[in-house]
Design a protein around this ligand. Sequence first.
Ligand code: ADP
Ligand code: MG
Length: 252
Amino acid sequence: MARRTKIYEGKAKTLFEGPEPGTIVQYFKDDATAFNAEKKDVIEGKGVLNNMLSEYFMTGLTNIGVPNHFIKRLNMREQLVKACEIIPLEVIVRNYAAGSMSKRLGIEEGTMLPRPIVEYCYKDDALGDPLVSEEHIAAFGWASQQDMDDILSLALRVNDFLSGVMYGVGIKLVDFKIEIGRVYEGDFQRLIVADEISPDSCRLWDIETGQKLDKDVFRRDLGSLTDAYSEVAKRLGVMPKGATPMKPTLIN
Ligand SMILES: Nc1ncnc2c1ncn2[C@@H]1O[C@H](COP(=O)(O)OP(=O)(O)O)[C@@H](O)[C@H]1O
Ligand SMILES: [Mg+2]
């Protein structure tokens, strides 16, 4: 058996060369990191859940015509995706204040924002992914004005889709982060949603109880991360076989 070529080992995923040019295999690890990798742990089952959940969200986006990198899931931990050139920005959409925005602006966590607010962070671990403005993005050439228009439109479409899906299962989409990639198709290039959409990259609160069902459970030591992610997967009907059962307190 030939060994696969590893392209990149990140904090949550490893990328391998795919079977055909222009494809990549994403392997979802159980590693959890927070605060720019200052806090680390291995959370058994997290990779399986994120692989299933990212598949679920990306497939939903495909079904409503939002272009994304997902091709197919290969097994419990891996999915085949279109290789793209990642734009070096973390695109954040916020519906309610939380996390760094609450800290920065002194707005109480959970306050509903007057409208969805889109923020951009420069993707650079060494710098701690600093917040940047469109001025920086244009001046340093990270994305063109056309790209920024497309990125905003993709981000808002993902927000509407994800908010609706979550609302349907009693979960409030507080905020989320996506990454955008560039793909070339003949003479054309276009931007697509890449990386992953999972409870690692969203803030999800139970509508009734306010219980956190996302990576804040790990960041803030609020209990079992697998239980929280399993609850999201269960509500969406994507609970993988053999996943860790939930604590009784999480069952409605
Ligand atoms: N379709 C894609 N093509 C190329 N690179 C991708 C694609 N989707 C995600 N990536 C990149 O793969 C890496 C995923 O691994 P991850 O563990 O999340 O890394 P990081 O520690 O940099 O966040 C990220 O750097 C992300 O930008
Ligand atoms: Mg990442």
